[in-house]
Design a protein around this ligand. Structure first.
Ligand code: NAD
Ligand code: ZN
Length: 255
């Protein structure tokens, strides 16, 4: 559990920092009803991700890939940003957050209102026709018959997410590296950050002299090694309290 002092400490670090960056993982969306990969009972347990989520499967057997994608879409499209996502959007609006780096594919940071989002794996909120490039919001395509097909050319739709077998977009990697190198505070929320490329970001930040703070109900491999401290709580309980503290007393915290 965390204390009021933990909240004040992070609020102070944010107000005093010249550039704060957030790195988020599946944990921030747990309170929106989306199970993390390693969580029990999540739909991720049901499918071999590397098979169903491989680009070759989508190309050669789209009806198979879309069995899993349909379930993911149904889970993700009904999810709403939780108070943790909303607190990060408020921080950006107040000028206290430079960017969010995320591996999540749920698009909830966009829905919460953040503008500067670096997505390593794209997101599932949009689909694009693999044949003609026609692009549509996922909410506007029917999944009654899978795979969903383009109205213009009958090509198969692909979610605008990065599949196994596809490279991480170079632009996202470059931007994330740059943000990590140039920040003086990185808040790592809801991720164990052990999987490349997210794993590199806290190390890059730390190596460039930044403070690294975790928000997570459980310790991670970063705890005690890379991170300066951890607030042991969930994203949706900790982040709104930090924002309230900053709203209450930003001038006092800056001294
Ligand atoms: P992970 O390695 O990022 O681990 C999840 C972390 O979240 C754990 O450390 C856990 O202690 C923490 N956590 C759990 N509940 C939390 C809460 N309420 N608040 C804050 N932290 C909480 O995640 P993973 O599930 O192993 O995912 C690996 C990869 O899959 C990542 O790329 C991840 O982003 C992606 N993924 C994305 C989604 C999504 O888009 N929502 C869902 C599942 C997986
Ligand atoms: Zn098309």
């Amino acid at each position: 559990m965390f204390t009021d002092e933990d909240i004040t400490k992070l609020a102070r670090d944010i107000v005093r920092s010249k550039k704060t960056v957030a790195l988020t993982g599946a944990g921030i969306s747990v309170e929106s009803g989306i199970a993390p990969f390693r969580g029990k009972g999540g739909l991720w347990e049901k499918y071999d991700q590397e098979e169903y989520g491989h680009i070759d499967t989508l190309r050669r057997a789209p009806e198979k890939a879309w069995i899993m994608l349909k379930e993911m879409q149904n889970e993700i499209l009904k999810a709403k940003p939780n108070p943790g996502h909303i607190a990060l959007a408020e921080l950006e609006k107040m000028g206290y957050l430079s960017s969010i780096i995320t591996q999540n594919v749920d698009g909830l940071h966009h829905l919460a209102g953040n503008k500067n989002i670096i997505e390593f794996h794209g997101n599932l909120q949009w689909v694009v026709c693999m044949n003609c490039g026609n692009r549509k919001p996922s909410s506007e395509i029917s999944l009654e018959k899978i795979p969903p097909r383009c109205e213009k050319c009958n090509g198969v739709y692909k979610p605008e997410a990065v599949f196994f077998g596809e490279p991480i977009p170079l632009d996202a990697l470059n931007k994330a590296n740059q943000e990590s190198r140039s920040c003086d505070l990185m808040i790592v929320i809801g991720t164990s950050a052990v999987v490349y490329p997210a794993a590199n970001m806290p190390e890059i930040a730390k190596g460039s002299g930044a403070k690294v703070v975790e928000i997570n109900p459980s310790k991670t491999p970063l705890t005690g090694f890379i991170s300066d401290y951890i607030i042991l709580g969930t994203a949706a309980t900790v982040l709104p309290k930090v924002v309230d503290k900053i709203k209450e007393d930003a001038p006092g915290l800056s001294i």
